[in-house]
Design a protein around this ligand. Structure first.
Ligand code: ZN
Length: 130
């Protein structure tokens, strides 16, 4: 964790003396260099790093939650759409024997291949492995 924490404020840790603060100070264009209280970090920068890490962690969790909520909201619509798409595919492209040949216009063929693509996308979004 200390390394991860330090990376919140430091640009470079490798090759840096762990006894002095490695935090990068943008305004001064140099590393902090004060004595450390934690590996690579002085008292002040340890606090800064901790706050940044906390923020980043919270943000990541919020994003993950938002994403999964959204996915659940979309699920019924996607499932309904998948049923429609599948029904349309079955109608346009019913299972048939290899030797059977059915005339299909370019438009129908394009429509059908678009339906297949949409079905595959929906299945992927819904986590269906067919
Ligand atoms: Zn510092």
């Amino acid at each position: 964790m200390s390394r991860l924490l330090a990376s919140m404020v430091a640009v470079r840790l490798d090759g840096h003396d762990p006894a002095v603060c490695a935090a990068w100070i943008d305004s001064a264009d140099r590393v902090c260099g004060r004595p450390v209280v934690a590996p690579w970090l002085c008292k002040r920068h340890e606090t800064v790093a901790r706050k940044r890490a906390e923020k980043a962690g919270i943000k990541a969790r919020e994003d993950a939650e938002k994403h999964s909520t959204r996915q659940e909201e979309l699920r019924p619509g996607r499932e309904a759409r998948l049923a429609v798409v599948q029904a349309e595919i079955d109608r346009l492209d019913p299972p048939r024997q290899m030797h059977e040949w059915r005339h299909m216009t370019d438009r129908q063929a394009a429509h059908l291949s678009q339906l297949y693509r949409e079905r595959d996308d929906l299945r992927r979004d819904l986590g269906v492995t067919a």
